[in-house]
Design a protein around this ligand. Sequence first.
Ligand SMILES: N[C@@H](CCC(=O)N[C@@H](CS)C(=O)NCC(=O)O)C(=O)O
Length: 244
Amino acid sequence: MSNSSGERSAAAAVRVLGSSTSPFVLRVMVALKLKGVEYEMLEETLGEKSELLLKSNPVHKKIPVLLHHGKPIPESLIIVEYIDEVWASNGVPAILPRDPYDRAVERFWAQYIDDKFPRGIRVTIGTVAGDQDEVIREMSTALQYLEEAFVKCSQEKHYFGGDSISYLDIALGSHLGWVKAVEKIAGVELLDRTKVPNLAAWADRFCAHPAVVDAVPDADKLVEFSVKYAALAKAFNASNITAN
Ligand SMILES: N[C@@H](CCC(=O)N[C@@H](CS)C(=O)NCC(=O)O)C(=O)O
């Protein structure tokens, strides 16, 4: 897979089990796009799980799953790292920072992001029980911390990764569509330019990046989708499925 013809044949064998509304799937789409890897998207149906998904991710039964030459890799952040390693030599910047300390910092924040945002979003759209005010407060606090992290990591450049999109840009950027949907649903401003000016400007840049612009879901569509998802989650007694 290290020479260019090897990379072409690998790209032809890349499939993603996913859905256009999933922030975790978006991570995989952005990473593949950054690396210039062609892939086939196998869209999962809301509330159903295909045989292929159950076989490919028998532990969590969740999307995304990357199928590379038929071999399954689950978990979005693990997939992003895998993509970065497999397509390391195709002339585009690495997604993970080269420096071990910088890598550890980005991994720390990515874990923090997945600790705070998915649950906050799910509670707000009503697919998981919880206190909406509390999760909104938690997400606001998280964005405040991430504003500081952005200033440190970006070194006055455009992205957490400096000149190019990195692992942490992808980890947080993938949630932006849903953060905007939450703002509409809850009538709040999370990416408030007066409170998190650097992060708000970064969010605009990230969403306009060529690897992202066509993939990031529109907030109004996500709001529409969230109504269907909440109804479905209720029907499933909110225990079999999780949101977005
Ligand atoms: N930690 C996982 C989260 C994946 C996840 O929650 N996927 C959702 C869609 S956004 C899913 O498959 N939900 C269906 C379910 O929970 O049954 C990752 O990063 O890939």
